[in-house]
Design a protein around this ligand. Structure first.
Ligand code: ADP
Length: 383
């Protein structure tokens, strides 16, 4: 999250309350604030000011420390009770460090001794509004995270429900199946379906656990130098059967020299695995998958290409979001969780790399992963 370049941009909707018993001071603060294009209201004592803070919900409050009636310090603590996020700027004629420190301890954001120039006042208001914007944004992010968590739990429960219901129904019928030959064939078929559904459940749980580890920053357990050629070769061995079943030919092109990267071996296996599974899953019968690795300009580049269904342009921006899956009208959609690419992106980002895709509908897709090559870092002094 980057701070806004110009606080004036957020100032459109910003509301400032000035509380000062000095008429000239209210007037001059008001003039500066209007010139800045801000909305503001000024009040001559703490009681009126506090009532306004409750009603107007300002972004920033300017308070004079020395006022008759409710003191400036008291105003600060009551304003904080009304809205803990509001920015409070203190102004006073008695500019001592002690009062400033006391005011800051009570929750003031900054301190401006009188007399001050319009520029000084503008600067402090702008800074305060930027701070306010950041606080509001992080509050919004918190709310979004909480909503996402709730959505995740609902989604997960729903996803678990349908295979479990199916398995339960098959088992229920199997229990009462007699011993005829016909029934034996059915029994085998239904047991196979149960096995497929349990496999789906296992895959879902594996992916969710991986996401949970990523969110908790515990995925990259042990980073070491890893030769990606080895990871790719090992993964490919496990895919010989799947590729044959799907009638897909896999072609590999790896260089003579190692492709060193610095990362967690398991994570790198998950990354390569997800890309190769997709290239086979979303391919066509008789299709091809190409896996290549190379070293260029201090980066290790792994490309996984396929001659499959391709990815329509309009879905590209969502491809790496969690749970995203492209609906297909034609034929049955391969089973999946919509988490594979999300996980891949997280792993790559954590390693300081990038992932992208080129694709043409009906022709195929190529995913490119770029990771910092380890050799360069090793030369810098074996961190
Ligand atoms: P999953 O495969 O479990 O659904 P992913 O996160 O790996 O989840 O992929 C998200 C979606 O992106 C897939 O559901 C699919 O629609 C699309 N996709 C991924 N890889 C490819 C590919 N190589 N070719 C075509 N579509 C793909």
């Amino acid at each position: 999250m980057s701070p806004p370049a110009d606080a004036a941009m957020i100032a459109d909707a910003a509301m400032i309350v000035v509380i000062d018993d000095d008429y000239a001071m209210r007037l001059s603060c008001g003039k500066i604030l209007s010139k800045m294009g801000l909305r503001f209201e000024a009040f001559e004592d703490g009681a009126r000011g506090l009532a306004a803070v409750g009603a107007l919900k300002p972004d920033l409050v300017v308070v004079d420390l020395k006022m008759p009636g409710i003191s400036g310090m008291e105003v600060i603590s009551r304003v904080r009770e009304i809205d803990p996020q509001v920015i409070i700027v203190v102004i006073t004629g008695y500019a001592t460090i002690d009062t400033a420190v006391e005011a800051m301890k009570s929750g003031a954001y900054d301190f401006l001794p009188k007399p001050f120039s319009p520029d000084e006042f503008r600067l402090i208001v702008n800074r305060g509004l930027e701070r306010r914007q950041l606080a509001l944004e992080s509050e919004r992010n918190e709310v979004e995270r909480a909503l996402l968590k709730r959505r995740f739990v609902t989604f997960v429960s729903h996803q678990l429900q349908s295979p479990l219901v199916a398995i339960h129904q098959y088992l229920d019928v199997l229990k009462y199946l007699d011993n005829t030959e016909d029934a034996a064939a059915k029994r085998r078929e239904w047991i196979d379906r149960c096995l497929t559904r349990t496999e789906e459940l296992q895959n879902m749980i594996r992916d969710w656990l991986t996401v949970a580890k990523i969110e908790g920053n515990t995925l990259s357990g042990q980073r070491t130098s890893v030769d990606l050629r080895q990871v790719i070769s090992e993964i490919l061995k496990t895919y010989e059967e799947m590729a044959a079943t799907e009638q897909v030919t896999v072609e590999v092109s790896l260089p003579e020299q190692p492709l060193w990267v610095w990362g967690d071996r398991n994570c790198l296996s998950v990354l390569v695995d997800n890309l190769i599974t997709n290239a086979i899953k979303y391919n066509k019968p008789g299709g091809k998958v190409g896996v290549s690795g190379s070293l260029a300009d201090g980066e290790v580049i792994v490309s996984v290409s396929d001659t499959g269904v391709g990815i329509p342009d309009q879905y590209r921006p969502f491809l790496f979001s969690e749970f995203f899956r492209i609906k297909s009208d034609a034929g049955k959609r391969p089973s999946g969780t919509g988490l594979g690419l999300h996980i891949a992106k997280k792993i790559v980002s954590e390693m300081g790399g990038s992932i992208g895709v080129e694709s043409e509908v009906g022709v195929g897709s190529t995913f490119h992963v770029r990771l910092p090559a380890w050799r360069e870092q090793a030369e810098k002094g074996k961190e």
